[in-house]
Design a binder for this molecule. Structure first.
Ligand SMILES: *[C@@H]1O[C@H](CO)[C@@H](O)[C@H](O)[C@H]1NC(C)=O
Ligand SMILES: *[C@@H]1O[C@H](CO)[C@@H](O)[C@H](O)[C@H]1NC(C)=O
Ligand SMILES: *[C@@H]1O[C@H](CO)[C@@H](O)[C@H](O)[C@H]1NC(C)=O
Ligand SMILES: *[C@@H]1O[C@H](CO)[C@@H](O)[C@H](O)[C@H]1NC(C)=O
Ligand SMILES: *[C@@H]1O[C@H](CO)[C@@H](O)[C@H](O)[C@H]1NC(C)=O
Ligand SMILES: *[C@@H]1O[C@H](CO)[C@@H](O)[C@H](O)[C@H]1NC(C)=O
Ligand SMILES: *[C@@H]1O[C@H](CO)[C@@H](O)[C@H](O)[C@H]1NC(C)=O
Length: 397
């Protein structure tokens, strides 16, 4: 029976509590727990309060608001009194809400680090309405520099991580978003990139979101985009930024063949063909040449070298650069000029009894010689010696 009494008692008490809440208003205040303010700038405290019904008549147009800092000691910790807003030097401010409508929204200006702390509100109406709300307070945190904005990369409307590579041709959106702190004028977001690339930019200031939209091309590969939030304060501009580097995968561009020393050369000289291409990922190079209307694959690698050309090396050479996104080719014509010099030895009847001949070739670059043993029955004519650009003479030994 004692237990029954306890239960009915507690039911009764909770009923009374619910009834109280529904029926009678109590002193109560609604404040954010914590607000950040940029040093040198302002802060807006959103604030609403309730009073007991019996004081409704005391809440008039002439009601005043008071803010305490850190402690709610009426005599010592008043930092703002809307009766004498200018007389108090600790903090400049203004109650921008209508206290008669229980709106105690307040703006404080020119905050400094020593303004950081807990703020309590007090309403002072006519008659006996003088209430300090000690149960709730707002923590004002004065910070020296703004927080970084956040840059996110979207590819085809889907968010991706910064290091992921974007395929050329896909639609890219870089979104910069930032939380805003009280400031006059309001902060702004700006984009920059190095090198500067013109892109379509859309800003939505009210949310402080700025989108940079573009179709990915190789020009954006490894470009760093930076979004900066700027607060224009009285004596200085405070900024914070975030960056993202875009990596684009693209098919070969600007494929070209260069020829060292020249694509027009004398037979016997050496020549190197070098193929280059801009692509991501890197390409494979394949060399081919046209011969008798057919394509003939030669080799892979970015260079093709002939140590000693001869006239058969002349013709069109093609370099094909390829990665998984495509291929591109470039061609060059090799023009091998024949020296037209050929050597032959004709033995006259008078020489047929000799058995050894020495062939000496010389030009500006040097001299070469070769001994030739004649067979017993000598051919009338046979080509030998050097076919290059040398003068040939025969010494009869
Ligand atoms: C606010 O200022 C008024 C007018 O000077 C004064 O009567 C009142 O006591 C002040 N309130 C506090 C809490 O200091
Ligand atoms: C940029 O892209 C975003 C998301 O893809 C879109 O919401 C926004 O409207 C686009 N802005 C412009 C200017 O095209
Ligand atoms: C702040 O930035 C604005 C706009 O870029 C500029 O006009 C102004 O001179 C800057 N103020 C200071 C104090 O640097
Ligand atoms: C060309 O010459 C280089 C060095 O002189 C040599 O390493 C290379 O094997 C030669 N290539 C051919 C095809 O003879
Ligand atoms: C390029 O060559 C490498 C090595 O030979 C090979 O593994 C790769 O598959 C080739 N890539 C293409 C796109 O041909
Ligand atoms: C080079 O590219 C052209 C055009 O894309 C193509 O018609 C041709 O067949 C290619 N040639 C070679 C050797 O790949
Ligand atoms: C080649 O040798 C001949 C005979 O010895 C000489 O007269 C001539 O000047 C030489 N030519 C060169 C280019 O060295």
């Amino acid at each position: 029976s004692e237990a029954k009494f306890m239960i009915s008692m507690s039911l009764f008490l909770s009923f009374v509590q619910i009834y109280r809440c529904v029926c009678c208003r109590d002193f109560n205040i609604y404040l954010p727990e914590r607000i950040e303010a940029l040093s040198g700038s302002c802060v807006i405290i959103k604030c609403r309060f309730e009073i007991e019904e019996q004081y409704d008549k005391d809440l008039t147009e002439s009601a005043k608001g008071v803010w305490y800092k850190d402690r709610n000691d009426v005599n010592r910790n008043v930092v703002f009194n809307s009766s004498t807003p200018r007389r108090n030097s600790f903090i400049r401010g203004n109650i921008i809400g209508k206290l008669k409508d229980k709106d105690c929204t307040t703006v404080f200006y020119d905050l400094r680090s020593y303004h950081s702390g807990q703020y309590y509100f007090r309403v002072e109406g006519k008659g006996r309405l003088k209430e300090t709300y000690i149960k709730n307070n707002v923590l004002i945190d004065v910070i020296e520099s703004p927080h970084k904005p956040r840059v996110q990369l979207y590819v085809e409307q889907k968010e991706v991580q910064g290091q992921e590579e974007v395929l050329e041709g896909s639609s890219v959106s870089l979104r910069c978003s930032a939380e805003t702190l009280c400031s006059s004028p309001p902060p702004t977001l700006t984009w920059s990139s190095t090198p500067r690339i013109p892109l379509s930019e859309s800003s939505r200031l009210e949310e402080l979101i700025s989108d940079l939209n573009f179709t990915a091309t190789h020009r954006q590969h490894r470009v760093t985009f930076t979004c900066t939030i700027t607060y224009q304060l009285q004596d200085e501009n405070k900024t914070a930024q975030d960056s993202i580097t875009v990596h684009v995968q693209y098919s070969p561009k600007n494929t070209a063949v260069s020829v060292l020393p020249s694509s027009s050369l004398l037979e016997g000289s050496s020549v190197t063909l070098i193929c280059s291409s801009d692509a991501n990922p890197a390409v494979n190079y394949t060399w081919s040449r046209e011969s008798e209307g057919q394509m003939e694959q030669l080799q892979t690698g970015d260079t093709l070298t002939f140590n000693r050309t001869d006239p058969t090396h002349g013709g069109w050479y093609h370099c094909t650069a390829q990665n998984q996104h495509g291929s591109q080719n470039s061609s060059v014509m090799l023009d091998i000029h024949s020296t037209g010099l050929r050597s032959s030895i004709t033995l006259h009847q008078s020489l047929t009894h000799t058995s050894t001949l020495q062939c000496i070739s010389n030009n500006t670059r040097g001299t070469a010689s070769q001994l030739l043993q004649l067979p017993s029955s000598v051919e009338r004519e046979f080509p030998f010696c050097d076919t290059s650009n040398r003068r040939t003479s025969i010494n009869n030994l």
